[in-house]
Structure formats: structure tokens, C-alpha cells
Design a protein around this ligand. Structure first.
Ligand code: BG6
Length: 516
């Protein structure tokens, strides 16, 4: 692929991804390849890697799905996906041509053993023709109910191991529906694949700004000394979305905000903020520390659930200038649904670093804007000597905000003297913006994670014990909610910042939600 070197040379972004020229050629088999995730995320991510990074020559994709496509129709679909969703546009015809040559389609039902035999043959053929040397990644991107069957069939066909090369499996979220099903899925996949072959994906861990939480904390000497209960008053983690269900009513009804966002993305963010420094930046050292945070979460069970959580559904309203229906009027949603589209939780981490520091998590759909951030609010100065500094008798607390998306960056709010002859103090911000500091586009989370899997690096994937520990925390809440009366499900107008109950929930502690 001679054109690559030109593209690479022109593209400073390559510096943003870890380059190992020794990346071995492999085949990625995508189960559920005609689905939305493949269309919007996986194919555009792979194409961008082909464009900007030396995806090994011979890298191939086998799309395993039920629709009656041919290689050619799948390639056309892939081109449409890339044209629509690629970070880099327009499509580079030369790169596309060599990328497309590696795209193959295999039509089969997931339960049909013959399909897996055909897959085996095709993979052997690709090893010969494209030099993929027996290296395989199986990507499960089907509805989760199909995972066990696919895993079992891969094992039965002997595709879980390969004497010639390595075999890895990526499992999309949701990983289970509750503690029992997550445990059972772990057991089933563990019967067929070894833990080091299993990559449970949480795309939030692939976001640059999320990885930067650890760099910020641990590559700088000045923050870690204040990163504890002596200096921090509380932490707020917000993942707000202006989107609604996006046609996923059926899935969302079974999931709700707590399973869709808290169990995975938000608890992951929390572990990165709260974990102890690992002894090394490698998969097990990092995950050992993250899992300790999850184990130290104060369990929420029984009545505590209702005082420490707020759940709500969006009602009709306006979002982004568009009138939208309420959750109960959405397609695929039961008019008596008890599925939450908003959740706020107060939780504590029972360890020496964090004892007594509340962590407030909130997420919701149809909020006024899309924004994800972690805000660390520090305690006030122990004594305010500037007596007349502030008419309200209050100087605003210092807040360090890690903005995950959009406007990625970090800011620190502190008090400054207003110029003039009297002593007035006003809050100002010290800002770092990724965009202006690095002047380069960030890779999509999936690009980073797919590449890490090809490298055999599972640091940014969740381990078996981690996923189960996150479910244990969430399960206590789910159990109590199940028997709680209908009145505990609040509503909020679409396009607002959630139910009034959530404001009262934090006000009663003398705090307030940030308005990002
Ligand atoms: C997914 C959820 O995991 O994350 C979606 O299933 C949600 O409901 C999405 O919209 C948010 O991801 P991002 O990267 O857009 O913040």
C-alpha cells in the first residue's frame, strides 16, 4: 500500500496513536455486521486506522450476519457507512480500494454450525491469501441474547484457539442485565476463552479525555497531594445527552439509564478519578486498582436507595428547537413503563482516601445539551480573612473540571481580585483546551480500542471481576426500585436539566448541580 506513507507523513494525528510497526496482520470477524454499531462506529474506525495508521497489510474483515449480502454488497454498505460517519472525509480512493479488498461477507444464522465451518474455511483461506497468520479477533456486536450461542459455536468449531496465531474476542456492552446474567455470561465465555483472550469493551475508556484523567493525576506532581478527603468536598460526574432513544425503544425499555450508562461508562469514569496510583500502566495493575474502588463502594440497598437516588422519565418538551414526545409516547415504549431515562445517585467510597466524600453521578436523555464532565469541588479556605470581599458572604469554592466532551479540556475555577480600590473577589477560570493546545483531531474511541486489541493490550477493557463488581453495586438499586411505588419515578420536561426532585436531592445537602 504505497499511498500510506504519504498519508502518514501528512498526518500529524498519527502521533496521537501508539505506533508499533510490528503489529501483526489479523482478521476481524464481526458478528452482527449489518447492525448499527458496525455501520456507525466499527467500519469508520477501521477505515480511519487504515488511513492514518499502519494497519498491517493483509488486515481483513469478515462480516458474519444473516442478511443475504455478497462481498460486493457489503463493500458498498461499508463505503456508505464510511462516507457518512468517517472522521476523515472525503474518502481517499486509494486507501479505500486496498481496505475494501480485505472486506468479506459470510451469510449465516448465528445458531447454524455449518456457518462456523464455513467461517473456519474462509479464515484459513485468508491466512493463505492475505497472510493473516491465524490471528483472529471475534467481535460480538449482536443483540446480547445471542452472545452465548455464538461463543458456544465458536468453541464447538475449534475457533477459540489456533495453533498458528492468536485469538481474541471483543464483547460489546451490555455485558449482562444484572449480577446473575453477567456472572453467567462470564462463566460461559470463560469456558471457551481464557480471560486474557477476552476484551469487554466500554467505549468511554477509549476516549482521549477519559484516558487523560489518569495522565492528569499521575503524570503531574501537584494534583495527587490534594486528591483526597482532606481537600475535596465532593465530586460530580455528569453525562448529559440531548438525544432521546434514537429508534432504540425496545433496547432501552429493558435497560434504562442505570444499566445503559451508570453500570458501565459512569462507574468507569468514577474508578479512574478515585483509584489509587497503580504500580505500572499495564492491564492488570490498572484494573486491580479500579476494581478496588468498585469493591469499596458503599452498597446502596433497602431504604437507602430511595434517599440516595432519583430516577425520572422525560416528558414532552423542546430539545434543540425541536418538539419531542415524552418517553411514554415513544415507539416501542409501554405507556405504563417504569424505565428511567434520568438517574442521579449519591454514593461514597469507603476507603482512607475518600471516606465521607460524596460522589454524585447523574445522567439523562433529552437534557438541554450533550456534555460529559467530572467536576471536583474543593473545600473552602479554612478562614476568610477578606472580610468585606463579598457582599453575599460567600467566595465560590475552587472547582476543577475535566471536560470529557464536547469542548474537551480542563479548567480550574478560583477566586481573583476584581481590579479596583476595594477588595472584591470574583471567580475566574484557568482553562486548557485540547483543540487549541494540540491542534489535532482526536481519534474516535473505537479506533483506539480496536488497535489496542490488535496489540493484545487489555488495559482499556474491563476485566471479569470489574464488570461483576459494578453490577453488584447497581443490583442493590435495581432491587429496591423494583418494589418502590410509582411516585418514586419522577418526570422532567424534555430539554430541562432533570426533575426538580434531583435539585432538591442535592440542595438539602447544601450543594447544587453544576450547569455545564
Ligand atoms: C452508549 C449508550 O453506550 O453510549 C447510549 O447505549 C448513549 O444510550 C451512548 O447514547 C453515549 O455515548 P457517547 O460516546 O455519545 O457519549
Amino acid at each position: 500500500m504505497p499511498q500510506r506513507s504519504v498519508v502518514e507523513a501528512q498526518n500529524p494525528f498519527r502521533e496521537g496513536l501508539r505506533i508499533k510497526e510490528s503489529l501483526e496482520p489479523c482478521v476481524m470477524v464481526i458478528f452482527g455486521a449489518t447492525g448499527d454499531l458496525t455501520h456507525r462506529k466499527l467500519l469508520p474506525a477501521l477505515y480511519n486506522l487504515a488511513l492514518e495508521h499502519p494497519l498491517p497489510a493483509g488486515f481483513s474483515v469478515v462480516a458474519f450476519a444473516r442478511r443475504p449480502y455478497t462481498d460486493e454488497t457489503f463493500r458498498q454498505q461499508a463505503l456508505d457507512s464510511i462516507n457518512q460517519y468517517s472522521r476523515q472525509k472525503p474518502v481517499n480512493p486509494q486507501v479505500w480500494e486496498s481496505f475494501a479488498a480485505g472486506l468479506h461477507y459470510l451469510q449465516s444464522d448465528f445458531h447454524n454450525p455449518t456457518g462456523y465451518e464455513q467461517l473456519n474455511e474462509l479464515l484459513n483461506k485468508l491466512d493463505q491469501e492475505r497472510g493473516t497468520s491465524g490471528n483472529r479477533i471475534f467481535y460480538l456486536s449482536t443483540p446480547p441474547s445471542q452472545y452465548p450461542e455464538i461463543i458456544q459455536n465458536l468453541g464447538a468449531a475449534g475457533l477459540n484457539r489456533n495453533r498458528k496465531g492468536w485469538t481474541r474476542i471483543i464483547i460489546e456492552k451490555p455485558f449482562g442485565h444484572d449480577v446473575a446474567s453477567a456472572h453467567e455470561l462470564n462463566r460461559q465465555v470463560g469456558k471457551v476463552f481464557k480471560e486474557e483472550q477476552i476484551y469487554r469493551i466500554d467505549h468511554y475508556l477509549g476516549k482521549e479525555t477519559v484516558q487523560n484523567i489518569l495522565v492528569f493525576r499521575l503524570a503531574n506532581g501537584i494534583f495527587e497531594p490534594v486528591w483526597n478527603r482532606r481537600y475535596i468536598d465532593h465530586v460530580q460526574i455528569t453525562v448529559a445527552e440531548n438525544l432521546g432513544l434514537e429508534g432504540r425503544g425496545g433496547y432501552y425499555e429493558e435497560s434504562g439509564a442505570i444499566r445503559d450508562m451508570i453500570q458501565n461508562h459512569m462507574l468507569q469514569l468514577m474508578t479512574l478519578v478515585a483509584m489509587e496510583p497503580p504500580i505500572a500502566f499495564d492491564a492488570n495493575s490498572v484494573r486491580d486498582e479500579k476494581v478496588k474502588v468498585l469493591h469499596a463502594l458503599q452498597p446502596l440497598t433497602g431504604r437507602d436507595v430511595l434517599t440516595n437516588t432519583i430516577r425520572a422519565q422525560y416528558g414532552p418538551g423542546w430539545v434543540g428547537g425541536r418538539e419531542v414526545p415524552g418517553y411514554l409516547q415513544e415507539n416501542g415504549v409501554s405507556p405504563t413503563s417504569m424505565t428511567e431515562t434520568y438517574v442521579a445517585i449519591k454514593t461514597f467510597i469507603d476507603n482512607w482516601r475518600w471516606a465521607g466524600v460524596p460522589f454524585y453521578l447523574r445522567t439523562g436523555k433529552h437534557l438541554p445539551k450533550r456534555v460529559s464532565e467530572v467536576a471536583i469541588q474543593f473545600k473552602q479556605a479554612p478562614l476568610m480573612i477578606f472580610k468585606n470581599s463579598d457582599a453575599q458572604g460567600q467566595v465560590e469554592p475552587n472547582v476543577l473540571t475535566l471536560r470529557i466532551q464536547p469542548d474537551e479540556g480542563i479548567s480550574l475555577k478560583f477566586g481573583a481580585k476584581v481590579p479596583g480600590t476595594d477588595m472584591q473577589i470574583r471567580a475566574v477560570n484557568m482553562d486548557f483546551f485540547y483543540g487549541s493546545s494540540f491542534v489535532r483531531e482526536q481519534p474516535e474511541a473505537y479506533e483506539r480500542l480496536l488497535l489496542d486489541c490488535m496489540h493484545g493490550d487489555s488495559t482499556l477493557f474491563t476485566r471479569r471481576d470489574e464488570v461483576e463488581a459494578a453490577w453488584v453495586f447497581v443490583q442493590g438499586i435495581l432491587d429496591e426500585w423494583k418494589s418502590a411505588p410509582r411516585e418514586t419515578m419522577h418526570t422532567y420536561e424534555s430539554g430541562t436539566w432533570g426533575p426538580q426532585a434531583a435539585d432538591e436531592f442535592i440542595w438539602r445537602e447544601g450543594r447544587r448541580w453544576r450547569r455545564p
